[in-house]
Design a binder for this molecule. Structure first.
Ligand code: 1CP
Length: 342
């Protein structure tokens, strides 16, 4: 049987204390991250520098003793590997060349052409697999096709994913071709991460909540199912975590339908409800609201303990409901870890 706590929880075991890691655990709230990023030059140079990317991946493990390390990279490296331009505007966020009509698709590369561009990421995974403490699980990841498509279509983050919805309605053939291309590229990318040493993979569908009804089934459920089916055909025992953020009622049955071993729940999901409706299908990850990492105090301790106790009758990985923010205080992270581990 697997010794690592995260692998045990993902295999369905109810543990006396849930294992813990944190979305965006390597990031700007840590002074040591900012120092290494400065050494690399900028964020993208850091992503493509295997030694430094491995270093920042390990920083939160050394500081907090988390049970999992998540590869330091970004979901937008896949569009870049497919041929999109990608840059980060300081203080604003990512910018990409856009896909808004059939001709834009013709400028993109085929899915199996991504590996040369992404080779440094696989090298980061390899370094991590060789250097992580034996009790720490290595998580690889990718963005889910819908979420990646929203950035490729709009060329940036959008509050309502308007441009992506417009393309879905206005030119469904181009939209479907883009989703298919990203799906194929994601399968190839995650298989390469697993070959390099990733033990678990996570699919981030950060904007799944803006897909309603049939669109959710077609563009969140179906691509995720296709990816997980392809991964498990080659690696039947590979655990997969799916994060259909803000999916609401659509969380019900998501793991069963897609084949995911675990669903990550956002902070809007009531833990009591999730324990009743979701945990019977497998492991739950989540779901402390990230603002507690900024505000701290007794509320942080009480909320942490409430979540741990609510999920204590089934398999659970403690995490935030979304990424930790740059204004978070590392002392609050320490307090959270202590509250989980008792
Ligand atoms: O200035 C900096 O140093 C860049 C900030 C930053 C970081 C630390 C970005 C830009 N990406 C990352 C790393 C990152 N991104 C990881 C690494 C591992 C870890 O968690 O420690 C992961 C897993 C991601 C995933 C990611 N990138 C998502 C999905 C998860 C989520 O937060 O919803 C998304 C949507 C992105 C896109 C992205 N990259 C960066 C930003 C600021 C954004 C959001 C852009 C937007 O919508 O406006």
């Amino acid at each position: 049987m697997a010794e690592k706590l995260i692998l045990r929880a993902l295999a369905g075991e109810t543990l006396p204390t849930p294992p813990i890691w944190m979305m965006r655990q390597a990031g700007r709230y840590l002074p040591e991250y900012r120092a290494t990023r400065a050494k690399a030059g900028d964020f993208l140079s850091l992503c493509y520098n295997p030694e430094l990317a491995a270093e920042v991946t390990l920083q939160p493990i050394k500081r907090f003793g988390f049970d999992a390390a998540i590869l330091f990279a970004d979901i937008l490296l896949v569009p870049q590997a497919l041929g999109a331009d990608l840059w980060f505007e300081t203080g604003e966020g990512p910018r990409l060349s856009t896909v808004s009509r059939a001709q834009d698709m013709m400028r993109l590369k085929p899915a199996d052409a991504i590996h040369e561009h992404l080779a440094p990421v696989y090298q980061t995974v390899k370094i991590l697999a060789e250097t992580l403490p034996p009790e720490t699980t290595l998580i690889g990841f990718a963005g889910a096709p819908w979420t990646v498509a929203t950035y490729m279509i709009a060329g940036r983050g959008t509050p309502d994913q308007g441009p992506a919805h417009a393309l879905m309605q206005g030119d469904p053939a181009t939209f479907d071709a883009l989703i298919d291309l990203i799906t194929d590229a994601t399968i190839a990318y995650l298989l390469a991460q697993v070959a390099a040493g990733a033990e678990v993979v996570k699919l981030f569908d950060s904007w799944a909540g803006s897909l309603k009804g049939v669109a959710f089934d077609k563009y969140a459920l179906a691509p995720t199912t296709r990816i997980i089916t392809a991964l498990k055909a080659k690696h039947p025992d590979l655990p997969v975590i799916a994060f259909p953020r803000e999916a609401g009622d659509k969380y019900i049955g998501f793991a069963r339908t897609t084949g995911a071993d675990c669903v990550a729940t956002d902070a809007a999901v009531d833990a009591e409800w999730a324990a009743q409706n979701l945990q019977k299908d497998g492991c739950i990850q989540g779901n402390l609201a990230p603002h507690h990492m900024v505000t701290g105090g007794q509320k942080l301790i009480d909320e942490t303990k409430r979540i741990v106790s609510t999920f204590s009758n089934g398999p659970h990985i403690f995490n935030l409901g979304h990424g930790i923010t740059p204004d978070a205080d590392p002392k609050n992270v320490e307090a959270m870890v202590k509250a989980v581990r008792g």
